[in-house]
Design a protein around this ligand. Structure first.
Ligand code: GLC
Length: 636
């Protein structure tokens, strides 16, 4: 049962597709005092949800802010990342789900200030709250997902392996990626084009010095089974004579400052303007621009910098230059030195800037910070609407960095600029179920880590986990150490792991389609499947994948195995040197040896496997073999 409570929302966010009448009962579970919702947590209560947020699967014990943030340092003390996913399940003496449909900043204090109290504080009391009661955790999720609409389903090729790097400068760099993977026998379906393909970082352009025959190149790559997936950034370079800017400026499609002038911000292209995705005309205009690339044979995109990320605003930058001048010639003590240093570092993603531009939505004019969390979502919706018209016969791949619940209907997301840190394998695993609860099924993180330098063992362990994430993309930042599956000695081990992914696609893709169709989670914490098992409730480094598989990846440096909790008798499946074997394993806690390069996982029933394939187009989904057919002898 879902009950809706309404506190004069300013805008229909579009997150909810099933319109419900407002409940005439008092708000259950919570008290509402001075605009803050609060609920007591029983001693054993777990709190699940919050989508992409950092920290464990059980969110209790930290404070989180719902505020889409461009933050490349995903450390434990952070409160927000790129997504705003305001859905929680409280599982204690009371059990319920709750969604705060609110597009501005919202703070979830989940036992941070008072260990036994959860508070939810919107900046303004202007929101809808949906409270969901259900028989099981899965049932609560199912009801919530029916409320927010079906999840985006990508084309099959999006389940292949993708290689990406900021810094592949030109067509020959990209061709080299295809060549090296091919000669190492590592399957590959996608190569991503980061901002390097653009002419001066201008959206919907191609740098013709770097790609003299882009269309031909796209075609040649497709003939080799590879889809090129370009990036699209939110901001449009301010440059007279650049048609996208000229049109947007002339038609009033950019966000405005308080005087009605285009609000100007610095991002990759330098001074730029922000398309007003809340204005339906502007949204349609920007979405239709993807035609420039679909006409060249492109069938997949990643939308970026759409929190929106602001390195600085033109206004704040000018003020900063003035301010820094005031320090010149003075003797600086430590504090004034730090103040001088921070004049520029404080410019990025500043709240004052988000407060000082406006959207022109059908409901009226909105200050950006009152609708901040909708920006990336509306950019994805804009692209999705146009792509459906531009490519009516085949679905396109689309995912975004920033998001709000609702965006899950239009595309996937990736988890942004993580690091080549062991802890970020675990972080990624722990983000997955929260995202799935909120409808984001097509998701994954930058394999090997985006920032920092990756090592061979880190990449092997990361890939061994990412074999199971719908989005399986190796991506890294410019100036970091190369981390392609071909970058280290002995490519054999990488070939085996990526090949395993392809052999599992019939199971994984089917599990994904089932989850999308039936509003289920593809990744689940063990506690969702084994509700009455107290041991399962404690596990936050293993996941259920689809209806018959469990993963327990190794995520520690120099580990040669790990403890695994097996919640019922299963088969232990081991991929070693490309061959796949099964042996039964009993319920209980086991130390499992997992030498580097082996991939180990667990199944509840026979698992279909395809023959190895070089890409998804070559994958034969009709002739499958089964592993673990005759095993599973409980407690033998
Ligand atoms: C942002 C993106 C990253 C991309 C970079 C350059 O940091 O998150 O994936 O490589 O911009 O476009």
């Amino acid at each position: 049962m879902i009950r809706k409570f309404s506190y004069s929302p300013m805008i229909d966010t579009g997150a909810v597709v099933k319109k419900l009448p407002v409940s005439d009962t008092p708000l259950p579970y919570f008290t509402l005092t001075d605009g803050v919702f609060s609920v007591r947590l029983s001693d054993d209560a777990c709190v699940y949800g919050l989508g992409e947020s950092i920290r464990g699967i059980n969110k209790r014990g930290w404070i989180y802010e719902s505020w889409c943030s461009d933050d490349p340092l995903h450390t434990e003390e952070k409160r927000s990342l790129y997504g705003a996913h305001n859905f929680l399940i409280v599982d204690g003496d009371d059990r319920f789900g709750v969604f705060f449909d609110y597009p501005a900043r919202l703070v979830f204090d989940i036992g941070y200030t008072d260990p036994d109290v959860l508070t939810v504080a919107p900046e303004k009391l202007a929101l809808d709250v949906y409270v969901i009661d259900g028989d099981t955790l899965k049932d609560i999720v199912r009801q919530f997902r029916a409320l927010i609409g079906k999840s985006y389903i990508p084309p099959l090729f999006a389940f292949g392996y993708g290689q990406s790097r900021w810094g592949y400068v030109n067509a020959s760099d990209i061709a080299a990626v295809a060549d090296t993977h091919e000669s190492a026998g590592i399957p590959l379906d996608m190569i991503y084009l980061d901002i390097d393909y653009l002419d001066n970082f201008k959206d919907f352009t191609v740098n013709r010095d770097r790609y003299p025959d882009f269309e031909g190149f796209v075609r040649d790559m497709r003939a080799r089974g590879i889809h090129l997936i370009p990036i699209i950034d939110a901001a449009v370079k301010r440059e007279e004579g650049y048609s996208v800017y000229d049109e947007g400026h002339k038609n009033g499609y950019f966000c405005k400052d308080e005087n009605g002038e285009d609000f100007v911000v610095g991002v990759w292209p330098g001074m730029s303007c922000l398309p007003d995705f809340l204005n339906p005309e502007a949204s349609k205009w920007f979405g239709d621009k993807y035609k420039v690339l679909t006409d060249m044979g492109i069938d997949g995109f990643w939308n970026d910098m759409n929190e929106p990320a602001l390195f600085y605003s033109e206004k704040a930058l000018n003020a900063a230059f003035e301010k820094i001048g005031s320090f010149e010639g003075k003797t600086l003590d430590a504090l004034s030195f730090f103040a001088a240093r921070d004049v520029f570092t404080r410019l990025s993603n500043a709240r004052e800037d988000y407060d000082s531009f406006y959207h022109n939505a059908p409901e009226g004019r909105f200050r950006h910070s009152d609708v901040h969390n909708l920006y990336g979502y509306k950019m994805t919706e804009s692209a999705s609407n146009s792509l459906k018209e531009l490519c009516p016969d085949s679905p396109t791949l689309l995912f975004s960095r920033a998001s709000y619940i609702g965006a899950h209907r239009f595309g996937g997301i990736w988890t942004g600029d993580n690091h080549s840190w062991w802890g970020h394998i675990l972080q990624s695993l722990q983000q997955m179920p929260g995202l799935n609860m909120c409808g984001f099924l097509y998701t994954g993180s930058d394999i090997g880590g985006f920032n920092g330098n990756c090592t061979r063992d880190l990449l092997i362990r990361w890939l061994s986990f990412a074999v199971f994430t719908p989005l399986m993309r190796n991506h890294s930042a410019i100036m970091t150490r190369g981390q392609e599956a071909t970058a280290f000695d002995d490519t054999e081990v990488f070939r085996h792991i990526v090949t395993l992914r392809y052999r599992l696609i019939p199971y994984l893709y089917n599990a994904f389609l089932n989850a999308a169709e039936n509003n289920e989670m593809y990744f689940r914490p063990l506690s969702f499947d084994y509700e009455s098992d107290p041991a399962a409730r404690e596990i936050d480094d293993q996941l259920m994948v689809g209806d018959r598989l469990m993963i327990a990846p190794v995520y520690k440096q120099n580990a040669s195995g790990r403890y695994v909790y097996v919640p019922e008798s299963m088969n232990l499946i081991r991929m070693h040197d490309g061959s796949i074997t099964a042996e039964p394993i009993n319920k209980g806690r086991h130390y499992i040896s997992v030498p580097l390069g082996d991939v180990v996982f667990f199944t509840k029933s026979p698992l279909p496997l395809a023959e190895p394939a070089g890409n998804t187009a070559e994958l034969d989904m009709n002739h499958l073999t089964y592993v673990g057919e005759k095993l599973l002898t409980p407690n033998s």
